[in-house]
Design a protein around this ligand. Structure first.
Ligand code: CP
Length: 310
């Protein structure tokens, strides 16, 4: 399997690589440990707020024995006009091995990859582009539930246009053989999504799907649209209400990348419902991030050979 020093997108990720990462994450969940050949240093550079991705990368790095250096965009020299590329080259020069980056600009990483740096770039989410670690933790959660992707009916519902999670997941799920559907307001649907699946009502979705993948309404990206946005109306027309929950198949599950707008895309009581895997996704996220970092450590020759089978 081709391993890379960077992970910025799940586009073109093979089924074998996805399954390998799921198995590795499951091994960490079962207690697997690794030893590093030398001290390894990571910095998590978040230019958008985060609870899950930032904390779980930080935890994953520490559990793998890496040392984590703090970064604050407000006190870094980016405020004096330093470019992102120069910041990354600077921390590489100082001895950092990993930069985990979340950034509001789509494909911010293209410029960094062109420079063929030694420091590894891991994308913690770019604008409305990609969220590869979220997508892989979502695949792990689905796989743990159903043991396959082939033929599974998955709806991605809600604020599709603004969502990097939707973009990563529609591509990967389609590629893995799932039957993808979309649901939500027309204005948040782009005909570019047609090639991945059909747009259906939330009632129909509730009746037929195995996985109900809800998206957060991203108020911070709505701009002027926010003035006309009515939370109660949205919940009634497009949200997972208690009555729609009753339509779902016995074996179906609910997923959401979180943070959740309780009462908007999902009834607040359903966040902890039997079918909800929302907090399991967060637990799996830490182990999947250990797997993602481990594959890069392996590719860089930083894992002691006597610890690989532990
Ligand atoms: N799902 C997700 O990316 O959450 P955070 O924004 O809290 O990292």
């Amino acid at each position: 399997m081709s391993m890379s020093n960077n992970l910025v997108t799940v586009e073109n990720m093979s089924e074998a690589e996805v399954l390998h990462k799921i198995k590795l994450a499951q091994a960490f969940k079962a207690g697997k440990k690794i030893k590093l050949t030398r001290p390894v240093f990571a910095m998590n550079l978040f230019f958008e707020n985060s609870t899950r991705t930032h904390t779980s990368f930080d935890m994953a790095e520490r559990r793998l024995g890496m040392q984590v250096l703090e970064f604050n965009d407000q006190t870094s020299s980016l405020t004096k006009g330093e470019t992102l590329a120069d910041t990354i080259k600077t921390i590489q020069a100082i001895g950092l091995d990993f930069a985990v980056i979340r950034h509001p600009e789509n494909e911010y990483y293209s410029e960094l990859l062109k420079q063929k740096l030694d420091i590894s770039i891991v994308n913690g989410g770019d604008g409305s582009g990609q969220h590869p670690s979220q997508s892989l933790l979502d695949m792990m959660t689905i796989y743990e539930e159903f043991g396959t992707f082939k033929g599974l009916k998955v709806v991605i519902a809600g604020d599709l246009n603004h969502s990097r999670v939707a973009r990563s997941n529609m591509e990967l799920l389609n590629h893995l053989g799932a039957e993808v559907y979309f649901s939500g307001p027309d204005q948040w649907y782009d005909e570019k999504f047609d090639k991945f699946g059909k747009h259906i009502s939330i009632e129909k979705a509730a009746e037929i799907v195995d996985v109900m993948m809800l998206l957060r309404v991203q108020k911070e990206r709505l701009g002027k649209e926010l003035d006309d946005f009515d939370e109660t109306d949205y919940h009634a027309k497009f949200g997972l209400t208690k009555s729609r929950y009753q339509l779902m198949k016995k074996s179906a599950i609910i997923m959401h990348p979180a943070p959740v707008n309780r009462g908007i895309e999902i009834d607040s009581d359903l966040v902890e419902a039997d079918k909800s895997r929302i907090f399991k996704q967060m637990t799996n996220g830490m182990y999947m991030r250990m797997a993602i970092l481990t594959d890069i450590l392996e590719s860089k020759g930083l894992i002691a050979s006597n610890s690989k089978e532990i």
